[in-house]
Write a protein that binds this ligand. Structure first.
Ligand SMILES: C[S@@+](CC[C@H](N)C(=O)[O-])C[C@H]1O[C@@H](n2cnc3c(N)ncnc32)[C@H](O)[C@@H]1O
Length: 334
């Protein structure tokens, strides 16, 4: 039995932000373009009467497209760990009232979310990973090196760890390992050493400047030299890779036969996790090579719909440069 999807929780916009932050939020909302929107709607095979989960609802761009394409009776459960995003999504989706519910949670908690609502199956699940335009464009959230903000980077503001603690208190060795592992940054040791020497660091611009001076003293660079370090800090603060692996295990079990899971990732670490999980779940045997007979007892539960990821067209990249590294993988439940 599926849950009846209740009217969305009414999120009200906070009043404590400065006018400038408020303007930026509305701007983000307006300029936010969901990545690979048409490919997502087609990939999910959206129809009326079906039940979808958008596990990273963000500003509600994909959710609006799914609710629109599933008129008049499709229903959607939206999850996000960012309460601010949920408030905006709730406003954006208000015209679909009674066809969706929004939940403030980490998608790694999908099992508990489903169980609390007696959800036994789902026709399609979407995950659009990474940072939303809202998070990137609000300096106060600390994700951007273009504008100064606190060293925060928490998608869920209730999380205990901030980037400040890592940057100002981790040992040089731990810092270097983290920047290497989650940023795939070849200059990780040099950067960690420079950060430790420059402590205390107070904001994102401060940190970005230290990295830029260390990696590209000449000031000439194609992508900002802090990009990989910022990615590493964000992944660690939000424990992104572990959460994704936990989520994929349960999400694929929740799908009904013929139901599809779609994942949009933005860097190779995420994409590798998705690719490996889909490959394992679509293989009948995961024994190490060379065994005379199968001993794993593994069951194939998925069919790969995309062998190679779908990427945005040049026209989409031109319209929305943030889509340029997006990769969409799709699998179907057997
Ligand atoms: C790229 S945005 C999604 C944009 C959305 N598809 C849209 O069309 O507006 C990613 C969102 O996922 C959320 N997010 C990332 N990891 C999450 C997790 N583990 N659990 C819940 N939400 C997560 C972020 O807070 C962010 O709002």
């Amino acid at each position: 039995m599926r849950s009846a999807v209740s009217p969305a929780k009414a999120y009200s916009l906070p009043t404590s932000h400065s006018e400038q932050e408020e303007n930026k939020r509305h701007n983000s909302e307006q300029v936010h373009l969901p990545v690979l929107r048409d490919e997502v709607v087609r990939g999910l095979q959206v129809q009326s009467g079906k039940f979808y989960i958008d596990a990273t609802i963000g500003l509600g761009g994909h959710a609006a497209a799914i609710l629109e394409a599933s008129r008049p009776e499709g229903v959607l459960l939206g999850i996000d760990q960012d309460e601010e995003a949920l408030r905006i999504a709730s406003k954006r989706l208000s015209r679909y009232a009674h066809r969706y519910e929004l939940v403030h949670a980490n998608f790694a908690q999908l099992r508990e979310i489903a169980s609390a609502r007696h959800i036994k199956g789902c026709d399609g699940i979407l995950v659009d990973l990474g940072v939303s335009s809202l998070q990137l464009d609000s300096a106060q959230r600390g994700f951007s090196f273009q504008e100064d903000g606190p060293l925060d980077m928490r998608m869920d503001r209730e999380l205990p760890l901030t980037a400040d603690e890592i940057v100002n208190y981790y040992s040089e060795k731990d810092l270097a390992n983290l920047i290497f592992q989650f940023g795939e940054e070849p200059f990780s040791r040099r950067i960690a050493k420079a950060i430790v020497k420059a402590r205390p660091l107070h904001g994102t611009k401060d940190l970005a400047a230290v990295i830029a001076r260390t990696v590209h003293p000449s000031g000439h660079h194609r992508i900002h030299p802090a990009t990989k370090t910022f990615q590493a800090l964000r992944i660690h603060v939000n424990d992104e890779l572990n959460r994704l692996s936990q989520f994929l295990q349960f999400a694929t079990h929740l799908l009904v036969s013929g139901g599809r899971i779609l994942v949009i990732s933005f860097h190779s670490l995420e994409d590798r996790i998705v690719k490996q999980a889909f490959r394992a779940l679509s293989s009948a045997c995961i024994c190490p090579p060379g065994l005379p007979e199968c001993v794993c007892g593994h069951q194939k539960i998925l069919r790969l719909v995309t062998r190679k990821p779908i990427t945005p067209t040049p026209a989409e990249v031109e319209r929305n440069p943030r889509s340029r590294s997006a990769r969409l993988r799709i699998a179907e439940k057997l």
